[in-house]
Design a protein around this ligand. Structure first.
Ligand code: 13P
Length: 260
């Protein structure tokens, strides 16, 4: 049984304390009342500490959008897992926007080191994978995404499967208003992503690993994604930046099959 997760990725938005706090104070009552899904908010680093304060004693999780793997060191601008461990619960790792911009700091090898470091520090990594439009058109989705998953999970203890989240985010669907169809997302998540987790960690672990869909998810399409048997929630960008995110999360909770 996998408990669904609806995670908000605010990206580089709402990074001033007053705007972040205003939105979270509005979302908190509705999000706290949902008992069939986990909910998490991943804001910019600048407001993590303020939101940690407001969300203390609430069931709403908090996450970072990236992190370094090292404990500390000469890494200007980076934030370590040890720094995050006391502050938040999740860390998004390997988002395609960072893979595209962060060079060697977002290589498959670096992402693997970050995954291992996150688990070691009690943080839940949300590991993003997904193909580009060109890869999809060339029929490379399965091979490419499988390799991303295998690389990210190298050396991970299968016993940690419950504490690892993957997010399948096809790059062409991010911010485009053109989500994958639920059936297509379910097929890639089930066959490619969960299949690669099974190859890395074993079938039992793959059954326990939560795998989200991300890419133009909104309050209107979330229900159809949640009805898919292999999709365990969503990583939401644009639709998580307003009070309407509560409607999206409520729709997700209502759509959950309690026997999944
Ligand atoms: P959108 O929901 O804005 O398409 O962004 C998806 C995403 O990248 C979440 O990490």
């Amino acid at each position: 049984m996998r408990r669904p997760l609806i995670a908000a990725n605010w990206k580089m938005h709402l990074g001033r304390a007053e705007e972040a706090l205003a939105l979270v104070r509005r979302l908190r009552p509705a999000l706290s009342a949902l008992d069939s899904v986990d909910v998490a908010i991943c804001p910019p680093f600048t407001v993590l500490a303020s939101l940690a304060e407001v969300l203390r004693n609430s069931p709403i999780g908090l996450g970072a959008q990236t992190m370094h793997w090292a404990e500390s060191g000469a890494h200007t601008g980076d934030v370590s897992p040890a720094m995050l461990a006391g502050l938040c619960d999740y860390a998004i790792l390997g988002h395609s926007e960072r893979r595209a911009s962060a060079g060697p700091g977002a290589s498959d090898e670096a992402i693997n080191r970050k995954v291992l470091a996150a688990v070691e520090h009690g943080l839940t990594p949300i590991v993003c994978v997904g193909e580009s439009a060109a890869q999809r058109e060339a029929g490379e989705t399965h091979g490419f995404v499988s390799r991303q998953v295998a690389a990210a999970l190298q050396g991970v203890d299968p016993a940690a499967a419950r504490r690892i989240v993957l997010a399948y985010e096809p790059i062409w669907a991010i911010g485009s208003g053109r989500a994958a169809t639920p059936a297509e997302a379910n097929r890639t998540i089930g066959i490619t992503v969960r299949g690669a987790v099974a190859d890395s960690l074993g079938e039992g672990a793959a059954e326990l690993t939560r795998i989200l869909y991300g890419g133009s998810v909104d309050a209107d399409n979330i229900t159809d994604f949640m009805h898919m048997p292999d999709i365990d929630g969503a990583l939401v960008g644009g639709a998580s930046l307003s009070p309407d995110f509560a409607d999206l999360a409520k729709a997700a909770a209502a759509a959950c099959d309690p026997n999944r």
